[in-house]
Write a protein that binds this ligand. Structure first.
Ligand code: ZN
Length: 74
């Protein structure tokens, strides 16, 4: 959805994006890696307006921080 702008579930092309954000107390669409909002990673959300399917993406620059986080596991 991020790269093709087409919904993988229904094939619709009416895609809207809600950018991730970090607000006070960790509100907004993000992943809190630590106790501080400065350790939060923004998560962008892609929404198909034809069927309601959503997809979430983090920026590649944040991958290393997630990799080092104690919250992430396999
Ligand atoms: Zn769809």
């Amino acid at each position: 959805m991020k790269n093709q702008k087409v919904c993988p579930k229904c094939g619709g092309a009416d895609i809207l994006i809600v950018d991730g954000e970090v607000r006070g107390y960790g509100t907004g669409n993000n992943i809190m890696l630590g106790a501080s909002i400065f350790s939060a990673v923004e998560v962008d959300r892609y929404i198909c307006c034809s069927c309601g399917y959503t997809e979430e993406w983090v920026n590649m620059r944040d991958i290393e921080a997630i990799r080092k986080s104690k919250k992430a596991h396999r």
